[in-house]
Design a binder for this molecule. Sequence first.
Ligand SMILES: CC(C)(COP(=O)(O)OP(=O)(O)OC[C@H]1O[C@@H](n2cnc3c(N)ncnc32)[C@H](O)[C@@H]1OP(=O)(O)O)[C@@H](O)C(=O)NCCC(=O)NCCS
Length: 181
Amino acid sequence: MVHWGKENVILVKPDASFAAEIRSYREEMLLAGSSMDGTGALRRTEEPLEWLKHNALMENPKLVPENKVPATQFVLTDTDTGRIYGMLQVRHELNEYLQKFAGHIGYSVRPTERRKGYAKKMLKMALQYCKETLGLQRVMVSCLVENEASRRTILSCGGVFEEKVYEHVEHVWLEKYWITL
Ligand SMILES: CC(C)(COP(=O)(O)OP(=O)(O)OC[C@H]1O[C@@H](n2cnc3c(N)ncnc32)[C@H](O)[C@@H]1OP(=O)(O)O)[C@@H](O)C(=O)NCCC(=O)NCCS
């Protein structure tokens, strides 16, 4: 298992041992009507093992669908309890859509665990992965203009504002930030 973080809260690539927690995370997010950023296909995938299979496909450059780039799915978990606090996805490179809008990294924290610093912790660990494992020199992260929590998370990790862009599919304004690693 790949993981980052020295304390009991670490970022790991989930496996089948997380099945119950993946289900619980999904249910909590859906019930709260939360945006499921950084969870890959979790919204439309009720069965955790199916979701894990899909993640493996997405990570493999030979198997990833043609219009997608390889991506790694992580969960932020507590090694003492096994609880999943957050989820984060790292896109290994940018295609045209990601470059314009969504960036390298998406993330979310389950509603009952918000405002405890987990998003900041998770993004910091992901940046380390981007630098050390993927060899990236800088990453792009974006957030909705009205998403104060995400903006603050990005700024706390050294994000430098680039521009505001309008995304025509979801009809939303986004702020784009770059973080030098
Ligand atoms: C955005 C999100 C990941 C933040 O998670 P979190 O664990 O609560 O964030 P943290 O506790 O690490 O806090 C990060 C910063 O945001 C601030 N913050 C957190 N929630 C906030 C809120 N509701 N309103 C304003 N600021 C907030 C914190 O004070 C902190 O800023 P500071 O360091 O300047 O004090 C979480 O709200 C979420 O999952 N939202 C839905 C999905 C989403 O929007 N993902 C981001 C996509 S770009």
